[in-house]
Design a protein around this ligand. Sequence first.
Ligand SMILES: [Zn+2]
Length: 219
Amino acid sequence: MNIVLPEKFYFKGASRENFARVENGYLVIRGTVPFKKMMYDLAYKISGTTKCFYCGKTISKGKLTLDHMYPLDLGGPTIPDNMVPACSKCNSEKSNMTCAQYKEFHLIRDHKERRILKRNVNEYHETMRRKRIYELPKNWVTDIALSTVIVELFFKEKFKGTKYNNIKRFYENYGFLQKPIIVNKNHYLFNGFTEIVFAREIGLQKVPAIVLDNVKVIL
Ligand SMILES: [Zn+2]
């Protein structure tokens, strides 16, 4: 997929040699930059507004948050296409709901009914997990061969902490990875390092991935 990009964008990395910018419709990364932080910066730049996507209220700049429209819980990636400006009230209220579920939530005023809806939301998530489905647009996720993923660093042991254990537990329960990894066309890995460590460990052949076609890396 191609992520939405502004015409101009510059992101500073740790030193002058490490930066990213938009060049001829591509996001070109030189060296290494913190990917998630850069995606947040991009999303802020693209939204170009300080109005909450959900309630429409104008938010003062320091209080603006970004919400994952497709919730993290259902595999929602941190890419500008999935992020909208939101006030902290809406962001925390929406929590792990999908946009459709949150809309429904707003139509209900009764506390008891809202509680029931939230329970249904959790049951729905559980059903999705059991079916091994990400609640994401179909064209966002593709399976790629694990052996083709380019990982820059590989200090296996260091990454066996809480995150690793959570991935492992989720896999043991549901038989798939909770979220797709994020790579570019050459399968250079941007996000999902611990998932890769785990996938290698258990000998997976393929991993679900969101392939960003318009992001280039120059090392
Ligand atoms: Zn709001």
